[in-house]
Design a binder for this molecule. Structure first.
Ligand code: PLP
Length: 450
């Protein structure tokens, strides 16, 4: 591996111009907040940066710190702020609804909730039209699993290794990365070999991977399963695209075994992948249950499980209730998000700018042996760092170092993957080509100095 310093690469130019200046910050200093965080917040909080930023304002694809410095946010609150920070239409919808009615339960009728349910159904194919609202992706997946178990009468769930579906009692079982698992029982969950074209056991041969799903059905269950759950692109797992042909073949096997197919669109859904509104559409499948969260509220806690009227009936055998799920302020935000995506053609932008950014990241891959793989779609891109391309040795330290240095240059990105050596680039969908250039220039400069 060539790791000599290359002083010929110059630092990136200034951030693209942006017509907004935050109000002067008059709050407590970062040290004070950090001290409170250490004392009063759970120690489980993730540590990406040596010194976390004190982020005090956000506008579209930018965040501002307490000193008024602007950062290009290419992680978007973990692939969540899809319309951009504080989008005026989303803010207006939230304010308007907050002034009208902040909370209403499922006991009453409310237009904000019904209108959003209808708008969400209109974005989905087939007969996927009945929504249950939740507050998070974890809750949505917990509920999807429950519905599948009730509907099929089976307990067995198949999920993919390296997946992330949440951290609740049931979802932590389906999540399949040791770093996200505490030692709680995960009864009835089977983890299939991950169809990961870069690190997977069978390269990009989707057909070989899918045999494992059949093996699980044959040898790990009574022959009937409740559900198969999968992301269209694994997000937390390090932006892993599934091998071609895998998902339709896996869906066939699961349906023959009486199971339902759950698409976890918490991260890949809502226009993020650019080519389609939902990640599963790129695989040519129609799921039985779709789970949504993150982007759908642009940062406001909102999740949903959407399924067919027939499957939805499974939940009527007992009462099912969620105090905050489908809160009118959140659903008003959800409706505004769908409208902004359409009005500003954000899906098209995710496709065009995302394709351009991927091309530019691939140029870096040609230049630096440290980059083992560039992958993903639209505004869901991954860059995997390895110290040896043949052995694919994860370059964890370099990953952290580059992230930290890019932050100093004004660019925020995420990281993930089992080894923590994959940059996750999931910006707001309004990211521009100029932003993409700035990000790549910052990464180029940082890599050149390793
Ligand atoms: N599913 C996927 C694909 C996710 O990426 C996540 C979170 O990152 C979840 C589920 C859990 O969502 P939440 O953190 O809102 O509970």
């Amino acid at each position: 591996i060539q790791r000599t310093k290359d002083d010929a690469v110059s630092p990136p130019n200034k951030l693209p111009p942006f017509d907004y200046s935050p109000a002067p910050y008059a709050g407590p200093a970062s040290d004070e907040i950090l001290a409170k965080r250490r004392e009063y917040l759970s120690p489980s909080i993730l540590h990406f940066y040596k010194t976390p930023l004190n982020v005090v304002e956000g506008r579209r694809q930018y965040l501002f710190d307490d000193k008024g410095r602007r950062y290009l946010d290419a992680f978007a609150g973990i692939a969540t702020v899809c319309c951009g920070h504080c989008h005026p239409d989303v803010v207006a919808a939230i304010v308007e609804q907050t002034n009208r009615l902040q909370h209403s339960t499922v006991l009453y009728l409310n237009p904000a909730i019904a209108d959003f349910a209808q708008a969400l159904a209109s974005k989905l194919p087939g007969n996927l039209k009945v929504a249950f609202f939740t507050n998070s992706g974890t809750e949505a997946n917990e509920l999807a699993i429950l519905i599948a178990r009730l509907y099929t009468g089976s307990h067995d769930i198949i999920s993919l290794r390296n997946s992330y579906h949440g951290n609740g009692g049931g979802t932590m079982g389906t999540t399949a990365q040791s770093i996200w698992k505490y030692n709680i029982p995960q009864s009835g969950v089977h983890h299939a070999v991950n169809p990961d074209p870069y690190r997977g056991l069978f390269g990009s041969d989707g057909e070989k991977y899918v045999r494992d799903v059949q093996e699980i059905v044959n040898f790990g269950t009574s022959g009937n399963v409740a559900a198969f759950i999968s992301e269209a692109i694994q997000g937390v797992g390090g932006i892993v695209e599934l091998a071609p042909g895998y998902l339709p073949a896996a869906y066939d096997i699961v349906r023959k075994a009486g199971g339902l197919c759950i698409a976890d669109e918490v991260q890949a859904g809502v226009a993020r992948t650019g080519s389609h509104f939902w990640g599963f559409e790129a695989h040519g499948v129609v799921p039985d249950i779709v789970t949504v969260a993150k982007s759908i509220g642009n940062g406001i806690p909102l999740g949903a499980v959407v399924t067919t009227p027939e499957i939805a009936k499974a939940l009527t055998r007992r009462s099912y209730f969620n105090t905050f799920g489908g809160n009118p302020v959140c659903t008003a935000a959800g409706l505004a998000v769908l409208r902004v995506i359409e009005k500003e053609k954000l899906q098209e932008n995710a496709f065009v700018v995302g394709s351009y950014l991927k091309e530019r990241l691939n140029e870096l891959k040609d230049k630096y042996a440290l980059i083992g793989d560039v992958r993903g779609r639209g505004m869901m891109l991954g860059v995997e760092l390895v110290t040896d391309r043949e052995l694919k040795t994860p370059a964890q330290n370099e990953t952290l170092h580059v992230m930290d240095q890019m932050k100093e240059l004004g660019v925020l990105i995420g990281k993930g993957g089992y080894y923590g050596n994959v940059f996750r680039i999931t910006p707001p969908l309004c990211f521009t080509k100029e932003d993409a250039d700035f990000l790549v220039d910052a990464m180029d400069y940082t890599l050149s100095r390793i």
